[in-house]
Ligand binder design. Structure first.
Ligand SMILES: NC(=O)c1ccc[n+]([C@@H]2O[C@H](COP(=O)([O-])OP(=O)(O)OC[C@H]3O[C@@H](n4cnc5c(N)ncnc54)[C@H](OP(=O)(O)O)[C@@H]3O)[C@@H](O)[C@H]2O)c1
Length: 259
């Protein structure tokens, strides 16, 4: 029987809890805490979890605690950890594992970077490589299963975390912006707003599936007849320096994580 505690009940905690409850394989019990806003109670009601009184009670409730608070709140919640000796899973962007380990000296600490698509069990979850010694094998096994339920888990060295975060943690917002821009363009070309949004989001979902088994170049070639309408559109995007803008976006995200 597995249980988890969520320290925080905001966007990421909600996405993970919903993902676990979207089918089989999630934790049997989810204990949820907030900073006093009532968000834990409403999330617990939604996902059949248990709202607890705060971080302190959350740490006492399960051997696996997910830190789903803003990075600046790390020290505050660590003060409420009561010498927690289970597994701390840090979701904190831009926060080195050494800092988390120093904050929870008696716990096994793991760094995981999920994206919001965990809510649909189609997330990407980057994680640090499990420690070869000193970790509780049963907790590590439970954690591996809990993460796998939420999507595609990739083990990466910690030095790649910020770049990975900029690419997969932030990218759902970038894709949403691109989808919005294409739909708006469709509206300008005469499509009703709802229809434009439907056409774009279904196309995005279908394109994601196609990219499961082919690379981006093969996909672009399959859609782009020489001298055709897609070629004209792609040329306009290149004139608009779309690649350079995305490069700037990723670099800006990484820069912000270091602040
Ligand atoms: N959002 C994403 O797409 C995403 C992706 C990857 C990683 N992350 C990481 O996930 C973490 C959370 O991000 P978020 O977007 O979910 O933030 P969020 O929506 O602002 O949620 C933060 C949560 O922390 C709670 N909190 C604050 N102080 C607390 C305390 N002392 N004890 C217990 N709970 C406390 C807040 O409680 P109240 O509800 O009472 O205010 C809130 O529920 C961040 O470190 C972020 O870097 C987020």
């Amino acid at each position: 029987m597995s249980s988890v505690s969520l320290i925080g009940a905001g966007n990421m905690a909600r996405a993970m809890a919903r993902g676990w409850r979207a089918g089989d394989g999630g934790p049997d019990e989810i204990f949820i805490s907030d900073s006093g806003s009532g968000s834990a109670e409403s999330l617990a009601t939604e996902v059949g979890g248990v709202a607890v009184s705060g971080a302190s009670e959350a740490f006492s409730s399960s051997g696996i605690a997910f830190l789903a608070v803003k990075p600046a709140t790390l020290a505050l919640v660590a003060e409420q950890a009561n010498s927690f000796s289970g597994t701390v899973v840090s979701l904190l962007a831009g926060t080195e594992l050494s800092l988390v380990t120093a904050s929870f000296p008696e716990a096994q600490c793991v760094r995981v970077m999920p994206n919001v698509a965990v809510e649909k069990r189609r997330g990407v979850l980057c994680r640090t490589v499990p420690a070869s010694s000193g970790s509780n094998e049963s907790d590590e096994g439970d954690l591996a299963e809990l993460l796998a339920v939420l999507g595609h888990v990739v083990e990466i060295p910690e030095r790649l975390f910020d770049a990975a975060t900029a690419v997969m943690g932030c990218a759902p917002a970038y894709f949403a912006l691109v989808a919005e821009a294409i739909a708006d363009s469709g509206v300008r070309a005469g499509l009703p707003e709802d229809l434009a949004a439907e056409l774009v989001s279904e196309t995005l979902a279908g394109t994601a599936e196609l990219l499961d088994d082919r690379d981006t170049l093969a996909l672009r070639r399959a859609v782009t007849s020489p001298g055709g309408s897609t070629a004209a559109g792609l040329a306009a995007l290149e004139r608009g320096a779309v690649r350079a803008v995305f490069a700037e976006a990723v670099a800006a995200s990484i820069e912000r994580m270091k602040e």
